[in-house]
Ligand binder design. Structure first.
Ligand code: NAD
Length: 439
């Protein structure tokens, strides 16, 4: 996140101590973008608008010090966060991110977007998010485990299977969820599998979780395409990011007949007009770690990715990839946001003016949290479903949610992003109103 000159000045204070990230000024960072999105929705909330300030502030934000002994005997302190944006509809739910640039402001925004996402697909959760300001690649496995366990113990006062349920996000995975589950369980004196989702299947994880986000991207993509007369079975698709989300979405679209004409990842950009061999590309990436060096495709410049002639573009890598600079060049008729926050607000306006349909992250990538919800339900009942059952329920929820959002967009002549916010904010604020204020 960029710092203002004001925060730079404060950081340079004579004590020599770095200013905590949560005091750094936020120009139009993620939290500022989220507040703008709320402002856009308020005129559509009717009488519920009187509760709108509920959306503009997190219910609870915890900053924790995470001290650990490093392998060389020194003591290191990391800054950790857990933010519960809203719990009106149920326990907090959202991932934990380990990244050197994480700030409280970013975690606040991500937690708010989880409130919106969970309400948009109508799973009975509020929104939460957590993070540690660390580059985990600099830690040994032992240091990573000690940091994860101490963080879990520190946030243990606000998380729990009925309070707030963390999950993986950037740089966290099944192993880290297993350590979190174990730490919480040791502190409680009983195994509590339902305290986190995204666990290994052998520890109460769910079948179908790994493919869930990509499957959701595919499902809402097909539904939306039908509305605009685009046949996904013959569509040409460009995908940025070929990991958990982009790789699975590309595979499902290719299996249904679409041509994946271009893929970009951190290693480079490849193109094949006749369509890439997706199973072969997945196998290549599994071995090499990137699309770079894949035979059977042409290498193009990274910037040329935005000029690729295609019908559908799927950003499934990082935040703020579609900007004012490249939005005017995009040829696709439809964009499906697999990543969180891939489109800047200025780019969003350009795409809207160019009549390019944007399926926003808060609905398009909600398949992951939907199957996390299934995992939590299965853990509570200690009864596990087949992968076919999970996929069928996921597809039904995604289709119903998308149909509702599409209808609201048509009725109010607004973008799908604003429509998703309308649906979600009404659900959150209606729950708030029904519960009333305590005391
Ligand atoms: P991942 O780590 O599996 O894959 C990330 C991909 O992005 C990789 O292919 C990587 O090479 C690529 N990438 C990294 N830097 C890049 C760059 N500079 N240019 C182009 N490509 C680059 O991650 P993922 O789980 O697939 O997540 C991708 C996005 O989807 C993130 O924004 C994440 O928050 C979001 N998301 C993920 C899930 C989930 O269930 N995994 C759910 C909701 C949202």
């Amino acid at each position: 996140m960029s710092q203002t000159s004001k925060s730079d000045a404060i950081t340079a204070a004579p004590t020599g101590l770095a200013l905590p990230s949560y005091l750094q000024a936020d120009k139009l960072g993620p939290w500022g973008i989220y507040l703008q999105q709320v402002d856009r929705v308020v005129p559509y909330l009717g009488s519920l608008a009187r509760w709108a300030d509920t959306l503009r502030r997190p219910k609870r934000a915890l900053i924790v010090d995470v001290p650990i002994q490093m392998d060389n005997g020194s003591i290191a302190h990391f800054e950790g966060y857990r933010v519960q944006h809203n719990t009106s509809r149920g326990p907090g739910k959202g991932g934990v991110r380990f990244h050197q640039d994480v700030t409280l402001s970013e975690v606040m925004a991500l937690s708010a977007w989880m409130s919106i996402k969970n309400a948009a697909v109508n799973v009975p959760y509020g929104g939460a998010k957590g993070g540690i300001r660390v580059d985990p690649k600099t830690l040994s496995r032992g240091e990573l485990e000690r940091m994860t366990r101490r963080y879990t113990s520190e946030i243990g006062i606000i998380i729990g299977p009925t309070k707030d349920i963390p999950a993986p996000d950037v740089n966290t995975n099944e192993q880290i969820m297993a350590w979190m589950m174990d730490t919480y369980s040791m502190n409680e004196g009983a195994t509590a599998t339902g305290v986190v989702t995204g666990k290994p299947v052998d520890l109460g994880g769910s079948l179908g979780r790994r493919d869930a986000t990509g499957r959701g991207v595919f499902t809402v993509g097909v539904e939306a395409a039908n509305h605009i007369g685009l046949d996904t079975r013959t569509a040409r698709i460009a995908v940025q990011g070929f990991g958990n989300v982009g790789g699975v979405a590309a595979r499902l679209f290719a299996e249904s007949g679409a041509r994946i004409v271009s893929v970009q990842d951190h290693g480079g950009t490849i193109y094949r007009e006749a369509g890439l061999d997706v199973p072969a590309l997945l196998a290549h990436v599994a071995v090499v770690g990137s699309v770079a060096g894949f035979v059977g495709a042409e290498v193009i410049a990274n910037d040329a990715f935005w000029d690729v002639d295609c019908d559908i573009l799927i950003p499934a890598a990082l935040e703020q990839q579609i900007t004012e600079a490249n939005a005017p060049r995009i040829k696709a008729k439809m964009i499906i946001e697999g990543a969180n926050g891939p489109t800047t607000p200025a780019a969003d306006d350009i795409l809207h003016d160019r009549n390019i349909l944007v399926l926003p992250d808060v609905i398009a990538n909600a398949g992951g949290v939907t199957v996390s919800y299934f995992e939590w339900v299965q853990d509570f009942s200690s009864f596990f479903w087949s992968e076919d059952e999970i996929n069928a329920r996921l597809v039904r929820i995604m289709k119903e949610a998308f149909a509702g959002v599409w209808q609201v967009a048509q009725e109010n002549t607004v973008s799908l992003r604003t429509a998703t916010f309308i649906v979600a904010c009404k659900r959150i604020l209606h729950a708030r109103e029904l519960r009333g204020l305590y005391p």
